[in-house]
Ligand binder design. Structure first.
Ligand code: ATP
Length: 266
């Protein structure tokens, strides 16, 4: 089962100021069993801590380990070594079933390709995580969240009847409905036009500011990253720097020079 630390962490899922996510010396190597020449170290001893109620972007060159970091931090994949803690509870131990249960309770997801079920309506897609977790479905609350994301008049529509931006807003509503500790967003604006992307990024900001969620977003786009409170840079599977109150220009500049120097201790 998941271990609880003695340390006081957060004040529940919507608590501000506590620690929502901690990674301690997390490493992941692919292909290690097939001989050293095939092994790829995707994550190399990554240690980080994110406060509850913050919006963090993760950036880095292609192959730097962003997706692997997100997968391991979100409990979708297991690191080879190291510890992942969400709200002070260790996620890295336990059985597959326990991990799934933990994920359903504590984690929300927003993917580039929305991952909505085509046969379900907007309202049903939104409440699906509650059903999967065996939790009470509060339709009025789901409707309220859908109204907040601008889809209050689309409850009975199916995904194919929506634009890409609207589908992603359903995905955000779905991520909010379980009141998770951390929402992981993997390239959430990658398939969207500029205006829809801006709407989605503002909703992720609101998820933090209005709902008290913690958002971690992988992106290639410096403009998208500028909506976050801070940006973590990855290079070769290691943390290679952090920028607070990022601007798109400053992020692009840092990305261009990533690898020039590797600051110690980040
Ligand atoms: N299933 C896998 N098997 C083998 N190698 C993998 C696997 N998944 C990722 N890798 C390798 O691990 C490294 C990190 O990959 P990862 O997908 O995390 O990077 P990324 O920063 O998300 O890249 P991108 O920006 O291109 O999506 C890469 O060298 C990649 O080739």
């Amino acid at each position: 089962m998941f271990r609880r630390t003695g340390r006081a962490v957060g004040s529940g899922p919507a608590g501000h100021g506590g620690e929502a996510l901690r990674l301690v010396k997390v490493s992941k190597t692919y292909g290690a069993g097939e001989g050293a020449e095939n092994a790829v170290t995707a994550l190399d001893d990554v240690t980080l801590s994110l406060r509850s109620g913050t919006f963090t972007a993760v950036m880095g060159p292609s192959g730097s380990g962003k997706s692997t970091l997100l997968q391991c931090a979100a409990g979708l994949d297991r690191p080879d070594s190291g510890i992942v803690m969400v709200d002070g509870e260790e996620m890295t131990g336990g059985t597959e079933a326990a991990l799934t249960k933990f994920r359903r309770r504590r984690i929300g997801f927003v993917f580039q390709q929305y991952n909505l079920l085509p046969t379900l309506t907007v309202a049903q897609n939104t409440t699906l995580p509650l059903r999967l977790a065996g939790r009470r479905v509060n339709r009025a609350r789901a409707q309220e969240i859908l109204t907040q994301v601008g889809l209050g008049d689309r409850l009975g529509h199916r995904p194919e009847q929506l634009s890409g931006g609207q589908r992603q807003r359903v995905a955000i509503a779905r991520a909010l409905v379980t009141e998770p500790s951390v929402i992981f967003a993997d390239e959430p604006t990658g398939a969207l036009d500029t205006r829809s992307a801006r709407d989605v990024l503002r909703l992720l900001q609101e998820a933090v500011r209005l709902h008290g969620r913690t958002v971690v977003m992988v992106t290639h786009d410096p403009v998208a990253a500028s909506y976050a409170d801070s940006v973590l840079f990855l290079a070769d599977g290691r943390l290679a720097g952090e920028m607070t109150t990022p601007t798109a220009d400053a992020v692009a500049e840092r990305l261009a020079h990533l690898g020039d120097t590797t600051p110690a201790g980040v």
